[in-house]
Structure formats: structure tokens, C-alpha cells
Design a protein around this ligand. Structure first.
Ligand code: C2E
Ligand code: MG
Ligand code: MG
Ligand code: MG
Length: 283
């Protein structure tokens, strides 16, 4: 009986695994093609100063425009790209393209303080990452101070000594560093002090129910207070309503990002938003 069950279980998993493996193989080879076939595109979302309402920076967010499947969002393909190692060439492309676009906006006379780029854990740990960042800045002419790398707690807390070395090298170059999705991972507060990080991005999950959930308000306000005590900029992600914005203002949060201001938009649309500065929002 047990043997029978075991065999059935095996067959079940084996079939599941074949499907998963097949899907992964297909995704992997089309990811490879996507890079050479120019199927990736960066969209940009404003990072807004809460006090002035100005766009002080933008975050680059990758989209995969697949010939047959249409637009594929990063949550679907970044994990596969990480598993297969494709994240390294894709991440390199993102970094160069984001730096190139930022410098193009600056050359066009538009005011843009920061270009924020997401960095995956595997990419952060790849040999020569710091040199690659330096190369992107050198080639595009973007000043290091304009580039902000977004890392998650998961990325930085794993192997803290390695992290400290890499972050310090980037920091010495002048590159800014921010902790993305803050509050969802585990951060050692001691490392928060040791790492040369300049910004905390409060995860969207704490902002979503800010109006109705007292616990989320307590968490958001604690992060804002801790951040400002440590002289860090605190940004709230996923701000969708005027009520959330008002609460964040009361808490003393300094930056915001979310659909309330703008969804991620194409480079062309972002150019218009930057031209229309100062960015205005209701109340
Ligand atoms: P993230 O870095 O936390 O980026 C913010 C995500 O929240 C974006 O989703 C953005 O569209 C979404 N968002 C912003 N404001 C709002 C809002 O008000 N409401 C809601 N519901 N969502 C909002 P997106 O573009 O789908 O990206 C998802 C994640 O994929 C990113 O999360 C980031 O972890 C990853 N990602 C995106 N682009 C890249 C990239 O170039 N490289 C790497 N390694 N990861 C990337
Ligand atoms: Mg991010
Ligand atoms: Mg985030
Ligand atoms: Mg997030």
C-alpha cells in the first residue's frame, strides 16, 4: 500500500516537474532571445518629494514585451531570470539603459536628481558588479551621485561582510543606496547603522491599509521615526490615495511613490511629466 502510494506520489511530482522544467526551459530560451531581440523596455515611476510635490527622482522598472504573449511583468520573469543566471546580462542592460536615459534627460535640461535601479541578489553578488556599475556610469556620463541602487533586506543581510565591502566600494564612488521593500525582510538594526545606506523604502504592504489598520500606521510611523533618527531618507511605496498621503505627511515621511502620483510610464511620457514640473497633486 505504502509502495503504491509512493509510486503515485512519485508520478505526480514527476509530471509536475516535467511541466515546470519545460516551462522554465521555454522561458529561459525566450529570455535569452528577448535580450538580443530588443524585447525589454524600461518604464519609469516618479519618486516625489512629499513637501514640494516635485519629482526628485524616478525608478526604472523593467517590462518584457513578448511578441506572442504581450507585456510580461517583472514579478513573473525576474525569478526565472535569477534561477537561470540570465539576470546578470539583463541587469547589466537595465543599468546601462537607465543611466543612458537619465543622462539624456539631464542633457535635455530636465531636472532629475536620481535614477533608481533595482538590483537582484544574484546580480549584486556577481563578480565584477562594482566595476560594471562604474562602466555604466563611465560610458553614459551619468554622475555617480545621480544613481541609486535599490537592494532588498534579503540581499544585504545575507553575508553581511561581503555586503559591507561592496556597499562601501559603491558608496566611495558616490553611488546612493536604498533598502527596498523595507519591513518585509529581516534587518539587523546594527547593520542598518554600519551599511552606507541613504534611504529606506517602506514596503507597499504597510501603506495599502494605512487608513484602516492601526498596526500598519504604527509600523510605518516607527520606520519613519527610526529612519530620520538615523539621518536616512524615508520613502513610502504604493501611495494610492490622498488619505494615505495625509497620514504620511503627519508622520513626517519625506518621499512618496505610487499610483496617486503616477503609474510607471514609458520614457516618452516621463519626459512630459518632467517637463511639466513642478509636479502637482491634489492637496
Ligand atoms: P519594487 O522595486 O518594489 O517596485 C515597485 C513596484 O510596485 C512596481 O511593480 C510598481 O509598479 C508597483 N507600484 C508602485 N506604486 C504602486 C501603487 O500605488 N499601487 C500598486 N498596487 N503598485 C504600485 P512592478 O513594476 O511590477 O515591479 C515589481 C518588482 O519587480 C519590483 O518591485 C522589483 O522588485 C522587480 N523589478 C522591476 N524591475 C526590475 C529590474 O529592472 N531589475 C530587477 N532586478 N528587479 C526589477
Ligand atoms: Mg524598487
Ligand atoms: Mg519596492
Ligand atoms: Mg515592492
Amino acid at each position: 500500500k505504502a509502495k503504491e502510494l509512493g509510486r503515485n506520489t512519485f508520478q505526480f511530482y514527476s509530471r509536475e516537474m516535467n511541466t515546470a522544467t519545460l516551462e522554465r526551459l521555454m522561458m529561459e530560451s525566450s529570455l535569452r532571445h528577448a535580450l538580443t531581440g530588443d524585447e525589454f523596455e524600461l518604464h519609469y515611476q516618479p519618486l516625489v518629494c512629499l513637501r514640494s510635490g516635485e519629482i526628485v527622482g524616478v525608478e526604472a522598472l523593467i517590462r518584457w514585451c513578448h511578441r506572442d504573449l504581450g507585456v510580461i511583468m517583472p514579478d513573473r520573469f525576474i525569478p526565472v531570470a535569477e534561477e537561470t543566471g540570465m539576470i546578470n546580462p539583463i541587469g547589466d542592460w537595465v543599468l546601462f539603459e537607465a543611466c543612458r536615459q537619465a543622462q539624456a534627460w539631464i542633457d535635455a535640461g530636465l531636472s532629475l536628481r536620481t535614477m533608481a535601479v533595482n538590483v537582484a541578489p544574484v546580480q549584486f553578488r556577481q563578480a565584477g558588479f562594482v566595476e560594471m556599475v562604474a562602466g555604466a556610469l563611465g560610458t553614459t556620463g551619468l554622475a555617480a551621485e545621480r544613481l541609486e541602487l535599490e537592494l532588498t533586506e534579503r540581499t544585504v543581510m545575507h553575508d553581511a561582510e561581503f555586503t559591507l565591502g561592496t556597499l562601501s566600494a559603491l558608496n566611495r564612488m558616490g553611488v546612493c543606496l536604498s533598502l527596498d521593500d523595507f519591513g518585509t525582510g529581516y534587518s539587523s538594526l546594527a547593520y542598518l547603522k554600519r551599511f552606507p545606506v541613504g534611504k529606506l523604502k517602506i514596503d507597499r504592504s504597510f501603506i495599502m491599509d494605512l487608513e484602516t489598520d492601526a498596526d500598519d500606521r504604527a509600523i510605518a510611523s516607527t520606520i519613519v521615526n527610526m529612519g530620520s533618527s538615523l539621518r536616512l531618507t524615508v520613502l513610502a511605496e504604493g501611495v494610492e490615495t490622498a488619505e494615505q498621503l495625509a497620514l504620511l505627511r503627519q508622520m513626517g515621511c519625506s518621499m512618496v511613490q505610487g499610483y496617486h502620483f503616477s503609474r510607471p510610464v514609458t520614457a516618452a511620457r516621463m519626459t512630459e511629466l518632467l517637463r511639466d514640473q513642478p509636479f502637482r497633486y491634489e492637496k
